[in-house]
Ligand binder design. Structure first.
Ligand code: NAP
Length: 481
């Protein structure tokens, strides 16, 4: 399949190169994607540059209408997109449908925000003088996205960029180029001008990234992915002084106080932990449970985790899919082995799933570890797999200190029925997002992002479009009449 989209046309790589796209549930090849290099990337940047004057000069109402049309098309194609997403990335169909709904929300939200890019006037201290502030599209954007939410992570970037009047060169993860191509087809069918959205699929992130980084034309890099790569890209972006948005890794704590119902909290914790097979940046990585309900919570959590059904995402009744690849499987297995060797109690799982068809894919059993402590890898490394790490605490101060003992700062969660405690703890947590008795504190309408090594900037909400706008101050001498 030709998966490069440059200046409004689908194309193959210049040398015809391609790479295999694998089904993570079976390891089989489902298709091939075009493997672009530096030359195709330069053409995509040039196309985005060429389209920028016209796209940015269109009325906000025109851009808004294109995004609303893309929203309509995405929902029209929801079932086919969900099947593709489930096949290419592995998540169960129900979760895939949820992701498409979430992805479409960004298109409609930013279609509306396009019409609300206001400026302002500032009173001057000088007579006969005016200050006006304009917010203008910053130009060509490069967007680099991960495989775990391969459709919504794209609309979360493309929608605000297009709404603001910017044009974009998109480089999706190499595991999920087909989902990216399907989203770009929707944007093209919605009537966006040629060159406004360009897609570079590649198995060579280095040379493609290099072109995007060293280009003076690219004025902004928006990245979602690991902290390690994010730090590199942010540092390199400084060479051309690009704006950056960095949505990076997380190590979310979930604090369960003993005034909460342990069964209700365990239900929420299981849903949040095993969502997307634990491959989510906001997945709870440390579950801190107050000693009074520690045992009851662990029992309920383990019972619920044991009821999860692993398998191919399209199989009815499956609630947990495969990991994305063999490297992910190895990382999870190493964390479990390390924790058990240092004294963690394995309450459930702890091994690769290899019965029948599962042997062909990258399946790992939903795993529960209790009595995890600071000495273990899982306590500091992002897990990105179906392994729950549970540990006890005694009081509120200890819980907050333990929760904050990480360089990451993306999501955090609190279960409590004490209003004062909910307020105190949510204010004390050093994270960009806090869910109070809430395992899904996200929406297109709300700002999403982290602090610390979890990143810079916010996506979604009213803040999301600011990331694509430059602020211009106009001082004007009006003089006496
Ligand atoms: P990754 O390895 O950092 O890759 C992310 C993207 O960066 C991929 O498209 C990758 O391309 C590309 N990339 C790698 N090296 C590059 C280079 N030198 N130049 C340009 N691009 C380069 O992350 P991942 O494993 O795909 O995703 C998982 C991570 O994303 C986790 O840490 C997770 O927490 C984070 N995440 C964060 C959020 C958030 O909003 N904060 C949301 C979802 C995921 P290739 O695929 O070709 O390697």
């Amino acid at each position: 399949m030709e998966t490069l989209f440059i200046d409004g046309k689908w194309a193959a790589a210049d040398d015809g190169a391609h790479f295999d796209v694998l089904d993570p549930a079976s390891g089989e090849v489902i298709d091939r994607a075009s493997d672009a290099g530096a030359a195709e990337t330069r053409r995509a940047i040039a196309a985005a540059q060429g389209a920028f004057p016209q796209w940015s000069a269109e009325t906000a109402y025109h851009r808004s209408a294109r995004l609303l049309e893309a929203h309509r098309l995405m929902l029209d194609r929801k079932e086919a997109l969900a099947e593709l997403l489930s096949l290419e990335q592995g998540k169960p169909l129900k979760a895939a449908r949820n992701e498409i709904g979430y992805a479409a929300e960004f298109l409609s939200w930013f279609a509306e925000e396009a019409k609300r890019v206001y400026g302002s006037t500032i009173p001057s201290s000088r007579a006969g003088h005016r200050f006006t502030v304009l917010r203008q599209p910053l130009g060509v954007v490069a967007g680099i996205t991960p495989w775990n939410y391969p459709i919504s992570m794209i609309t979360r970037k493309v929608a605000p960029a297009l709404a603001a009047g910017c044009t974009i060169v998109l480089k999706p993860a190499e595991q999920t180029p087909l989902c990216a191509a399907a989203v770009v087809q929707i944007l093209a069918d919605a009537g966006t001008l040629a060159g406004v959205v360009n897609l570079i699929t590649t198995a060579q992130p280095g040379p493609v990234g290099e072109e995007l980084l060293r280009s003076d034309i690219v004025r902004k890099l928006t990245f979602t992915g690991s902290t390690e790569i994010g730090k590199y890209l942010a540092a390199r972006s400084a060479e051309t002084m690009k704006r950056v948005s960095m949505e990076l890794g997380g190590h979310a704590p979930m604090i369960v106080f003993d005034d909460a119902d342990p069964a209700h909290a365990a239900k929420g914790a299981v849903l949040a932990k095993y969502l997307n097979t634990g491959q989510a940046c906001i997945s709870p990585n440390r579950i801190l449970v107050q000693r009074g309900i520690y045992r009851a919570f662990c029992e309920e959590f383990t019972a619920r985790a044991g009821r999860l059904v692993a398998g191919r995402g399209s199989t009815p009744g499956v609630s947990i899919g495969p990991l994305v690849d063999g490297a992910a499987l190895d990382k999870v297995a190493a964390q479990v082995q390390d924790a058990v060797s240092k004294g963690a109690r394995l309450l459930s799982g702890g091994s690769r799933l290899e019965e029948g068809q599962l042997a062909k894919g990258w399946f790992y059993a939903p795993t529960v570890l209790a009595d995890v402590d600071e000495s273990m890898l899982i306590h500091r490394e992002e897990t990105f797999g179906p392994v729950a790490a549970i540990m006890p605490f005694d009081d509120e101060a200890e819980a907050v200190a333990k929760a904050n003992a990480t360089e990451y700062g993306l999501a955090s969660y609190v279960y409590t029925n004490d209003l004062g405690r909910a307020t105190r703890v949510s204010e004390a947590l050093r994270f960009g997002i806090v869910g109070i008795n809430d395992i899904n504190p996200t929406a297109a309408a709300a700002p999403f992002g982290g602090i610390g090594v979890s990143g810079l900037g916010r996506e979604g909400g009213a803040d999301g479009i600011d990331e694509y706008l430059d602020v211009k101050l106009i001082g004007q001498v009006v003089g006496p009449a």
